[in-house]
Design a protein around this ligand. Structure first.
Ligand code: HEC
Ligand code: HEC
Length: 221
């Protein structure tokens, strides 16, 4: 009986990547190569805690990678840079602050340089990356920069802090982001000689589904 909710979740999870949803119309005629979304492995049985912890370890590898955490920063509102020539993460050059708006409305808007995708732009080293959606910091509640595995695990599994999303909604967020050429998929296709986040968007989404089905276990420490 106690397994029933997990089974229900898995049944709901299946269609997230099974449907071939057509991309929404973009405002400008841009070409965005949407990464193909793989179907998740058929959920045969409940996902064990051990498998869930394995999925979590991979999720944290991604979340703590510079391509992801440089935008998922805390209340100082300062994006980070760690391109190929910087060695380690440092505050965004040119005294950029996103302000409490997280889009730079109080200072210089992110979109002044991170313009919405112009084909081929932003791909050369040291060019401002561009995506098809409006470039901005992740919400302050979703701060990952410098956070431990336990801290990010607590945030990402808490609907008060993750935008009110269960694992199906998180997977759907990733699918929608990929289809609209958004900021998350950029982390796996950063261009400019930058190292992509590990694994793939599809593997990340499937790990989220498995981690949620296992009850969002967090590694100790
Ligand atoms: C350019 C900035 C930027 C980058 C880079 C970025 N994100 Fe985000 N991320 C955002 C914004 C903005 C949101 C909030 C979107 C929303 O809630 O609708 C967000 C939300 C999310 C969410 C929803 C859950 C939550 O806690 O808010 C996930 C999951 C996520 N990002 C994963 C990633 C991963 C994985 C990477 C790297 C591969 C990444 N992001 C890179 C800006 C970014
Ligand atoms: C004055 C122009 C300018 C503005 C405004 C600007 N950026 Fe950037 N940004 C850049 C440039 C140029 C790069 C590429 C730097 C490099 O690779 O050497 C960059 C790179 C980045 C990166 C990628 C860093 C990495 O290592 O993956 C992130 C994240 C970022 N900016 C976030 C923001 C956010 C959020 C805002 C708004 C608060 C913003 N930027 C505003 C010019 C700008």
């Amino acid at each position: 009986m106690s397994r029933l909710p997990v089974f229900v979740v898995l049944v709901l999870a299946a269609p997230v990547f099974a449907q071939n949803v057509p991309p929404p119309p973009l405002q400008q005629p841009v070409t965005v190569a949407s990464p193909p979304i793989a179907e998740p492995p058929a959920p045969a049985a409940a996902v064990s805690r051990e498998e869930g912890l394995g999925a979590w370890a991979r999720i944290y590898e991604v979340a703590s990678h510079p391509r992801c955490q440089n935008c998922h920063v805390g209340a100082d509102n300062i994006p980070m840079w760690s391109g190929p020539t910087y060695g380690r993460s440092r505050p965004h050059g040119m005294h950029i602050s996103a302000g409490e708006s997280r889009i730079g409305a109080e200072y210089v808007p992110c979109g002044a340089c991170h313009a919405q995708l112009v084909e081929g732009a932003g791909q050369a080293p040291h060019m401002a990356p561009q995506v098809a959606t409006y470039w901005q910091l992740a919400p302050v509640e979703a701060a990952w920069f410098g956070k431990s595995s336990a801290e990010v695990c607590a945030q990402l599994s808490d609907t008060d802090l993750n935008g009110g999303r269960d694992q199906n909604d998180l997977a759907e967020y990733l699918r929608d982001d990929a289809v609209s050429g958004g900021m998350t998929q950029w982390g796996w296709n950063p261009g400019g000689g930058r190292e992509p986040a590990p694994y793939s968007l599809e593997e990340f989404a499937n790990d989220i589904l498995a981690w949620g089905a296992a009850g969002f276990p967090c590694a100790e420490g």
